[in-house]
Design a protein around this ligand. Structure first.
Ligand SMILES: CC(C)(COP(=O)(O)OP(=O)(O)OC[C@H]1O[C@@H](n2cnc3c(N)ncnc32)[C@H](O)[C@@H]1OP(=O)(O)O)[C@@H](O)C(=O)NCCC(=O)NCCS
Length: 183
């Protein structure tokens, strides 16, 4: 299944990350970022950081084959949800997977009484910026030469308030937490 789109009749679910997911998560991370996280970073977030939320998107084919195709990590810092990383397997992009992951992350953050969400995004990563703008994120500042590999600037994007109205808006957009959905 990893060399193409999911077969007809597949479903996708967003669920908490587990230790067994790590090898697939690391492969997505390495395929997605110039500066991927080491395995130790994911292990720390998964096992040792109580202020971290980790979700994966998993596809199940009609014959029961499963594959992790995306992940998101959120740090809960006081009343702010910091989107630490989000990525989708290159072969599964443009099909709404990151939208589902970000919705899950933001709904879980609201359940934990976070009042705003923030993230850093590369100045030239327009696909990610479009995704975040659809969720109401706006540019709040920048960090010049933030990324070590090419000295690219980071934009800081935030959305607030995260509240019940925002959660209802997310749910009206058509995505419900944990339900299996046709892919
Ligand atoms: C940024 C990233 C996470 C987006 O993932 P994705 O799953 O492709 O995102 P989505 O599909 O939810 O949304 C992306 C686009 O697909 C479109 N889309 C959603 N469902 C779709 C469908 N069924 N068919 C076609 N397109 C669809 C969306 O409208 C969106 O387009 P737009 O931004 O032009 O409006 C992904 O490109 C990625 O992993 N990039 C590398 C890592 C990265 O840059 N992460 C962000 C770091 S800040």
């Amino acid at each position: 299944m990893s060399d193409g789109a999911a077969p007809k009749g597949s479903t996708v679910v967003i669920r908490p990350m587990q230790a067994e997911d790590l090898s697939q998560v690391l492969a997505i991370d390495q395929a997605s970022f110039a500066l991927p996280w080491p395995e130790s970073a994911y292990r720390y977030e998964l096992f040792d950081n109580p202020g971290s939320l980790l979700w994966v998107a998993e596809v199940t084919t009609p014959d029961g084959e499963r594959q992790v195709i995306g992940m998101v990590v959120v740090w809960l810092i006081l009343d702010e949800a910091h989107i630490a990383t989000i990525a989708v397997h290159p072969q599964y992009r443009g099909q709404g997977v990151a939208t589902k992951l970000l919705s899950a992350a933001l709904i879980a953050s609201i359940q934990r009484e976070m009042r705003s969400a923030t993230l850093e995004v590369r100045l030239h990563n327009l696909a990610a910026q479009r995704l975040y703008r659809r969720f109401g994120f706006e540019v709040a500042g920048s960090r010049p030469r933030y990324y070590r590999d090419n000295n690219e600037d980071a934009l800081i994007m935030t959305v607030s308030p995260l509240n019940q109205a925002y959660r209802e808006w997310l749910e009206r957009e058509g995505w419900k937490n944990q339900d299996e959905q046709p892919f």
